[in-house]
Design a protein around this ligand. Structure first.
Ligand code: PRP
Length: 204
């Protein structure tokens, strides 16, 4: 049995479409069900940020998760494949008419990605105050709580509609197929077969 953790939403749908071709059967979660078993596969639906937890603890053997989550959680999972979908980026943004000045010693940055933000500024030897938020990050500079944000940008609509600009891109993001290191060792052939199939599917 191979257990697979998927992040609820579009990425799970895309991944399931590929697994449908791999298994040769249709895969559809019933209503509010969180587990779907088909042949020797067990799929589970979890929150994006929780995928590494399930895979690290071995509740799932493999999973699909955004690079942002892997980097933020400094997760030590085996990165099997960059799936090339779920694309977005992590960027620093600030109000359109504001000039972001990295030499300002009192910069306040709002973000939900504290570790990525810390390491980005530490590498530049810039000291910043980080304000941890859980969502609607774009609001913080609009109400004067932060000078800038570090956040995910997909279409750019949220930033645009809130009069924010991108000052710098920190990282390009996409979804990754990952594995628990022990599962990868114990079920190497099966997992490599999945990886190989996904590779052919994302190239075509
Ligand atoms: C994410 C991100 C941005 C938005 C970017 O938020 O934090 O706010 O999507 O997308 P866009 O560039 O296409 O506008 P999410 O929708 O996950 O909600 P959140 O604010 O609750 O984190």
């Amino acid at each position: 049995m191979i257990k697979i953790a998927l992040p609820k939403g579009r990425i799970a749908d895309k991944t399931l479409q590929i697994f449908e071709k791999f298994i040769g059967e249709s895969l559809c979660f019933e209503d509010r069900k969180l587990i779907l078993t088909k042949e020797k596969f067990e799929f589970m639906l979890v929150r994006n940020q929780d995928v590494p937890v399930y895979v690290e603890r071995g509740a799932a053997d493999i999973g699909v998760v955004g690079l942002d989550v892997l980097e933020e959680q400094q997760s030590s999972l085996v990165r099997l494949l960059d799936l090339g979908f779920g694309k977005c980026k992590i960027a620093i943004g600030s109000p359109n008419h504001y000039t972001l000045d990295f030499s300002n010693p009192n910069l306040k940055i709002a973000t939900k990605m504290v570790n990525i933000t810390k390491s980005f500024f530490a590498k530049k030897a810039i000291s910043v105050e980080i304000i941890k938020l859980y969502g609607s990050i774009e609001l913080a500079p609009l109400v004067g709580m932060a000078d800038a944000i570090v956040d995910l940008v997909e279409t750019g609509d949220t930033m645009r509609q809130n009069n924010l600009k991108i000052d710098e891109t920190i990282m390009e993001i996409s979804a990754y197929l990952v594995a628990n290191p022990n599962s990868f060792y114990a079920q190497k052939l099966e997992i490599l077969e999945i990886q190989k199939f996904f590779k052919t599917q994302i190239q075509s």
